[in-house]
Design a protein around this ligand. Structure first.
Ligand code: UDP
Length: 406
């Protein structure tokens, strides 16, 4: 990675050029050229957490890459009280098919907290990108001088109709809506665009690790390595189906010996995580380890060492953890839902499952056939290289931004 002027001697930020060995110089030159044409722009992103979850993971990489390519790109985080995040988590659930009692009190708290944030944020940029429902009403409090984009990351295939109609009153003010997949499209007057997320192969979650570095991380958390590891890494969230993973593992253990490791973090905008973690811990057994920790090097080490990585979601806008594990050549078992269906081609670069029983069958299959990591894993890595690296995501955004230019 090259240095940019003013960078401390021992530090460097990732640059588009660093992707050249992975995607080729034709691609990196084309992206830099597109960025150059937009280099007088000042862009701002607003979301609701600094860490925990895919949006923070994407923004932490994409904003740096855009800045390094000459587009001034900022990132602001909404501040909220616990009651605000409890309401927005209910909204998140209801957008993915859960239920919500959308009382007047809930709407008032939601709109009041966003209004307070609007008073503190001075959003007079050339492009404002608002992520997910938490900061959505911000747009009501600004005289719009430039395009505003709502980027919704959740699985929108069956949103609660009452909630959707309420949120639409804000969404309709946006100039464009970006969703992960065409099947999430809704009836809206704002144009809808589709951009799938991507990963940063140089981040601490994804960079290459030596065997002794992997051992060190696993030892640090007392994770036993005497048996094959079956792993799921996810926020503690009902849509990630951690209980289903435990049930599948218990069935699989009747045929193969292995250790299950469930790792999750609790994001500040996700108040349900702690409770779900607590209830899962009650089913802890010697061969089931459940950890609540934010350690991206541990995520990396587990995805690299696992015999099989699960992402047994029952709703998933797009599973970054799936792509991260595929990048490391892991055998990945994903729930046959939402974005995962576009990430995994069943039986080719991973497996898709519809039930606890089929997840158990695939765990047994993967543990019994360690050679799968070579065959399936190399196809998985190639899928990520060609479709899900950060450069592709950056180029999709540059094309969208260019489309707003007069
Ligand atoms: N993650 C993490 N530690 C954890 C759990 C998740 O660092 O304990 C990261 C994970 O590596 C991924 C992101 O959080 O980058 C989760 O993104 P994903 O799209 O899979 O799910 P989301 O949480 O956004 O629903």
């Amino acid at each position: 990675m090259e240095k940019r002027s003013g960078e401390p001697a021992n530090l460097s930020l990732p640059r588009v050029e660093a992707y050249e060995p992975l995607v080729g110089c034709e691609t990196t030159d084309r992206i830099l050229d597109k960025a150059h044409k937009l280099s007088d722009l000042h862009v701002i992103n607003v979301n609701s957490t600094h860490y925990g979850g895919g949006v923070a993971e994407i923004l932490s990489s994409l904003t740096l890459l855009l800045n390094q390519a000459g587009i001034r790109t900022g990132w602001r985080v909404l501040q909220g009280r616990p009651d605000f995040f409890s309401i927005t988590k209910k909204m998140h659930n209801a957008l993915q098919g859960g239920e919500i009692n959308l009382s007047e009190l809930k709407r008032d708290i939601y709109e009041e907290v966003v209004y307070e944030n609007a008073a503190r944020m001075h959003l007079d940029h050339d492009l404002v990108i608002v992520h997910d429902p938490q900061p959505l009403p911000l747009i009501r409090h600004f005289r719009k001088k430039a395009p505003w984009v709502w980027r919704c990351h959740v699985d929108l295939s069956r949103p609660d109709p009452e909630l959707w109609s309420y949120l639409s009153s804000f969404i309709e003010h946006y100039d464009a809506v970006v969703l992960s997949l065409p099947e999430y499209a809704q009836k809206l007057t704002a144009p809808q665009r589709f951009i799938m997320p991507a990963i940063n192969p140089f981040s601490s979650t994804n960079k290459d690790l030596a065997d002794d570095e992997i051992d060190e991380r696993l030892n640090h958390y007392d994770i036993p390595t005497d048996l094959p590891l079956v792993v799921q890494i996810s926020r503690f969230d009902k849509w990630k189906d951690p209980q289903g993973v435990i049930d599948a593992f218990r069935i699989a253990r009747k045929e193969v010996d292995a250790t299950l490791v469930l790792v999750g973090n609790v994001a500040t905008d996700d108040p349900e995580g702690q409770e779900i973690f607590g209830s899962l811990c009650k089913c802890g057994e010697e061969r089931i380890r459940i950890l609540s920790v934010q350690d991206s090097a541990l995520v990396n080490a587990l995805q690299r060492r696992a015999a099989v990585v699960l992402q047994k979601s029952i709703r998933e806008g797009f599973g970054l953890t799936v792509t991260e594990a595929m990048w490391k050549g892991a055998v990945v078992i994903g729930g046959n839902v939402g974005g995962i269906r576009h990430q995994i081609e069943d039986g080719v670069n991973g497996f898709l499952v519809d039930s606890i029983e089929s997840a158990a069958e695939r765990i047994i299959h993967a543990v019994k056939k360690p050679g799968l990591r070579e065959t399936m894993g190399s196809k998985a890595r190639e899928t990520v290289r060609s479709r899900f690296l950060m450069t592709r995501l950056m180029e999709d955004w540059l094309d969208l931004i260019a489309s707003f230019e007069p």
